[in-house]
Design a protein around this ligand. Structure first.
Ligand code: NAD
Length: 301
């Protein structure tokens, strides 16, 4: 049993902390939201009065926060210098590569080992303990983080040095965003060309256009396995989070002068979809914007 401070018990962190408690760890939880804290307590965690109190005698600190600024605030105000220097620090939030590297460097300067370990898989995978973790950090940090991540996921992969987990995550999600848009526009064109969409799926899912957005997450209701498209695009991976990841990807691309025209197009399209009110829908719902039979108003720039 390890004493684990868990900070950020929202949609993802709630299920992750519950799985650590189920695995027999002592989870000391903190969140700014009283509701999130109460839910964590009901699922086996002990509540702390502050982030600083949560980490005070922790052997591991895990954070699952919205964005880079929250991660910076929490580590700089409440974790570094407050948790024992022997604690392993693991940030599972999706944040920009630069902040991830800076925080790991800062932690190292104070004697901590820290890993960035963003996840692939949504709320259902967080609940089921079947997330995929992509981990950045030294070999030693990875080996120390691994057993805790294994209690929350089905795959734990060492992506490389500090920040490599975030780099792998945004590269993957840039590809996912672009391939979803390409899959949506393809189905819309297939329909307009008079193809039966099930027949087109049967062909393309066995031909060279095959991709995950088509075969595992088809944006067309009634085709392929059950997906958010079959539930009016509810649940799944919100378009707002896809837009967040595409923005992080574009920021990272600019920082290394990488030419990413497809990623840029996907970012522009998801921004437009958000303007049209699509943020809360699953990201595959962008097919409604691409299909001009859907009555969406044009973007007002
Ligand atoms: P969420 O908004 O549901 O949860 C974040 C939690 O952090 C909230 O409960 C909030 O109160 C808490 N918080 C914010 N600032 C805090 C602070 N200073 N101290 C303590 N608690 C604080 O978000 P989520 O959906 O759980 O996502 C968390 C991270 O996981 C994000 O970086 C997101 O991009 C990433 N992610 C989400 C999904 C998904 O499907 N939801 C999938 C993969 C990755």
């Amino acid at each position: 049993m390890t004493r684990i401070a868990f900070i950020g018990l929202g949609n993802m962190g709630g299920g992750m902390a519950a799985n650590l408690a189920k695995a027999g760890h002592a989870v000391i939880a903190f969140d700014l939201s009283e509701d999130a804290l109460a839910r964590a307590e009901a699922r086996g965690a002990r509540r702390a009065a502050s982030a600083e109190a949560a980490v005070a005698d922790a052997e591991a600190v895990i954070t699952m926060l919205p964005a880079g600024k929250h991660v910076r605030d929490v580590y700089e105000s409440d974790v570094i210098g407050k948790a024992p220097a022997s604690a392993i620090l693991i940030d599972c939030s999706t944040i920009d590569v630069a902040t991830a590297r800076e925080e790991i460097e800062r932690a190292a300067a104070s004697g901590y080992e820290m890993a960035d370990a963003p996840v692939s898989g949504g709320i259902a995978a967080a609940e089921a303990g079947s997330l995929t973790f992509m981990v950045g950090g030294t070999d030693a940090a990875f080996e120390r983080a691994r057993p805790f991540l294994e209690a929350m996921g089905k795959a734990v992969i060492h992506a490389g040095g500090p920040g490599a987990g975030q780099a792998a995550k945004i590269c993957n999600n840039m590809l996912l965003g672009a391939s979803m848009v390409a899959t949506c526009e393809t189905f819309v064109m297939a329909r307009k060309l008079g193809l039966d969409l099930q027949t087109f799926f049967d062909i393309s899912s066995r031909a060279s256009g095959q991709n995950w957005s088509m075969t595992s997450y088809c944006p067309v209701p009634g085709i392929g396995p059950e997906t958010p498209a079959d539930r009016d695009y509810e649940g799944g991976f919100a378009a707002a989070l896809m837009l967040k990841d595409l923005r992080l990807a574009m920021e990272a691309a600019e920082s290394v002068d990488a030419y990413t025209p497809m990623g840029a197009a996907a970012e522009e399209l998801y921004a437009r979809f958000a303007d049209l009110g699509g943020s809360g829908k699953d990201f595959s719902a962008i097919i409604r914007m691409i299909d001009d039979s859907w009555p969406a108003p044009p973007r007002q720039d």
